[in-house]
Design a protein around this ligand. Structure first.
Ligand code: MLC
Ligand code: AMP
Length: 459
C-alpha cells in the first residue's frame, strides 16, 4: 500500500488534510512507525476513531505491525464501548502524531499485492449491527481490502493524480477503508473535511468526492456550494440508496451524475458503476472484477422470480464474525455464497444491479449508518419506565430512514428516552421520534407486528 505514497503528492506537506490539520506522508509514516513499535505482538488494538490524523496513524501503524485495529465510534456510549472492547479483547491506544520512531516497519508492504495467495492476517475489525443483539465484529483481512481497493481504483480510474474529498466517519468501510486506505493505496491526496457539510465539500477543491445519500441530498439543497463541484472529475454515492431526484438535482447543479456503488461491511464494495459511463439513477452498476453475484428468489415467488436475495462470492469477503462461528456460518448458503440480506434485481441485458430493499425490517439505514432495531429496543428496555419497545425505520427525505420507537411506558418523556439511548449507544442510534402506545400490536406468537406500526407511516 505504501508504495504509492511517493506518488504525485508524496512530498507535499499537505498530502493529507484531516479536519483542517495538514500532514505529509512522511509525517504519517513516522507516526505510524511509532505506533507499530509500541503495539508489536499485541493481539488487537482499539483506537477512539475521531476524524483525525491520529486515527489514520493508528490504522497504518496496525497494518505495519500486523496487529488488527478496532476503530471505536467516538460517540459510542459506555454500553457499546464496553461491548466492543470486551468482545475484541483490544487494548485502547493513544497516538502522538508528532512522535517519530526510527524503527523500520516489521513489513515492507502494508497491504499485500492483491490476488490469490494474499495475506490471511486480519487488518481491521469493524463492529456492525445485526437485526438483534449487540454489534458483531467483522474481521477484514489486508488481502480482502487490497483486492477491493484495486478493483475500485480500476472502476473509478482513481490514480495518484486525484484529490479525494470526503468527511465520513473513520470507523466504517466507507470513510475508513475507501476514504483513507483507498487514498493511501492509490497515492491520491486526501482532504477529510471533518464533517461532510456542503460548505466543506465546496471549499476542498477535489477531483473525486465520496458521500452517503444524506450528504448528496444536503448538497443538492445548496446550489451555491454544489456549483463548486463542477470542477470535480467523479462524484460517488454509496452506503444507502440514492434517491433519483437527488441524483438529478446534483447532476443539474454540478454537471456530474453521481456514480453509485453497493457494499457491506462483511463484503466490502462488490458492485459499482464505472467512471466514463453514464449511470442509470436507481442502479448500482455491475460486479467488480473477481466478484460473482446471483439472485435467489424465495420459493413460490412466481412472476417476481427475477427479484430476490442478492448473494455473492469473491476475494473481498470478510474472514468471519469475531468469536461468532455460528453467525458466520448462518451468513452463507450451503453452497458457499454470502447472503447479503438485500433484495435486488439484475438487468438481463447489461447485468446492471438494482437494490430493491432489505429482507428484514429490523436492519435500518439512517444517514448511511446501519442500525439494528433489536439493539435500540434493548437500550430502551434498560430504562426502568419502559415496559415494551418496538423500533422501526420510517422513510425520511434527509436520512433515508429515521428511527421511530414505539414504547409502552409511563412517567417518562420521549426526549428523555431519546437522550437515554444516545447516552448508551452511538448518538446516531437514538430514536428521532418516540410514540407512546397502550400496548404493542402482536401476532399470535407474541411477536410485535412491525408492518402494522409502519403501515401508519407508509400507507
Ligand atoms: C443530537 N445530538 C445529540 C442528541 N441529539 N447528542 C446526544 N444526545 C442527543 N439526544 C448531536 C450529536 O452529539 C452530534 O453533535 C449531532 O447531534 C449529530 O447529529 P445527527 O443528527 O446524528 O447527525 P447528522 O448531521 O444528521 O448526520 C448526518 C450525516 C451522518 C450524514 C453527517 O449520518 C453520517 O456521517 N453518516 C455517514 C454514515 C456512514 O459513513 N456509513 C457508512 C457505513 S459503511 P456534533 O457536535 O457531533 O455535531 C457501508 C458500506 C458501504 O455502508 O456501502 O459504504
Ligand atoms: P454496512 O454494513 O453499514 O456497510 O451496510 C450495508 C448495507 O448498506 C447493505 O446491505 C445495503 O442494504 C446498504 N447499501 C450500501 N450501498 C448501497 C447502495 N448503493 N444502494 C442501496 N443500499 C446500499
Amino acid at each position: 500500500m505504501l508504495t504509492a505514497l511517493g506518488g504525485s503528492f508524496g512530498d507535499r506537506p499537505d498530502a493529507l488534510r484531516v479536519a483542517g490539520r495538514p500532514g505529509s506522508y512522511e509525517d504519517l509514516l513516522g507516526a505510524a512507525r511509532a505506533v507499530a513499535a509500541d503495539i508489536a505482538g499485541a493481539p488487537a488494538v482499539a483506537v477512539n476513531a475521531t476524524a483525525s490524523l491520529e486515527t489514520v496513524a493508528a490504522v497504518v501503524g496496525g497494518l505495519l505491525a500486523g496487529v488488527p485495529v478496532v476503530p471505536v465510534p467516538p460517540d459510542a456510549g459506555p454500553a457499546e464501548r464496553e461491548h466492543i472492547l470486551r468482545d475484541s479483547g483490544a487494548a485502547e491506544i493513544t497516538v502522538d502524531w508528532s512522535r517519530r520512531s526510527g524503527a523500520a516497519p516489521s513489513r515492507t508492504s502494508v497491504l499485500p499485492s492483491s490476488g490469490p495467495g494474499g495475506d490471511p492476517d486480519p487488518a481491521l475489525i469493524l463492529y456492525t449491527s445485526g437485526t438483534t443483539g449487540p454489534p458483531k465484529g467483522v474481521v477484514l483481512t489486508a488481502a480482502a481490502i487490497a483486492a477491493d481497493l484495486d478493483a475500485l481504483a480500476g472502476a473509478w480510474q482513481w490514480t495518484a493524480e486525484d484529490t479525494l474529498v470526503h468527511g465520513l466517519p473513520l470507523f466504517h468501510v466507507h470513510g475508513l477503508v475507501l476514504g483513507v486506505l483507498g487514498a493511501l493505496r492509490t497515492g491520491s491526496r486526501l482532504v477529510h473535511t471533518g464533517r461532510p457539510t456542503p460548505e466543506a465539500y465546496a471549499a476542498a477543491g477535489g477531483s473525486l468526492y465520496f458521500g452517503v445519500p444524506t450528504v448528496w441530498s444536503r448538497i443538492a439543497a445548496q446550489p451555491g456550494e454544489a456549483a463548486a463541484l463542477r470542477s470535480a472529475r467523479l462524484l460517488v454515492s454509496g452506503s444507502a440508496p440514492l434517491p433519483t431526484p437527488v441524483s438529478q438535482t446534483v447532476e443539474g447543479l454540478t454537471g456530474h451524475r453521481p456514480v453509485e456503488r453497493y457494499g457491506m461491511t462483511e463484503t466490502l464494495i462488490t458492485v459499482s458503476g464505472r467512471a466514463g459511463t453514464v449511470p442509470r439513477p436507481g442502479t448500482v452498476g455491475t460486479p467488480l472484477p473477481g466478484i460473482r453475484t446471483r439472485i435467489v428468489a424465495e420459493a413460490g415467488a412466481g412472476a417476481d422470480a427475477e427479484i430476490g436475495e442478492l448473494q455473492l462470492t469473491g476475494p473481498t469477503l470478510f474472514a468471519g464474525y469475531l468469536n461468532n462461528p455460528g453467525a458466520t456460518a448462518a451468513s452463507y448458503t450451503a453452497d458457499g455464497w454470502f447472503r447479503t440480506g438485500d433484495i435486488a434485481a439484475i438487468d438481463p441485458e447489461d447485468g446492471v444491479h438494482r437494490i430493491v430493499g432489505r429482507a428484514s425490517v429490523d436492519l435500518i439505514k439512517s444517514g448511511g449508518y446501519r442500525i439494528g432495531a433489536g439493539e435500540v429496543e434493548n437500550a430502551l428496555l434498560d430504562h426502568p419506565r419502559v415496559r415494551e419497545a418496538a423500533v422501526v425505520g420510517v422513510p425520511d427525505a434527509d436520512l433515508g430512514q429515521r428511527i421511530v420507537a414505539f414504547v409502552v411506558a409511563e412517567g417518562v418523556t420521549g426526549n428523555e428516552l431519546t437522550d437515554f439511548v444516545a447516552a448508551r449507544l452511538a448518538v446516531h442510534k437514538r430514536p428521532r421520534e418516540v410514540r407512546f402506545l397502550a400496548e404493542l400490536p402482536r401476532n399470535a406468537m407474541g411477536k410485535p407486528q412491525k408492518k402494522l406500526l409502519l403501515g401508519g407511516e407508509t400507507g
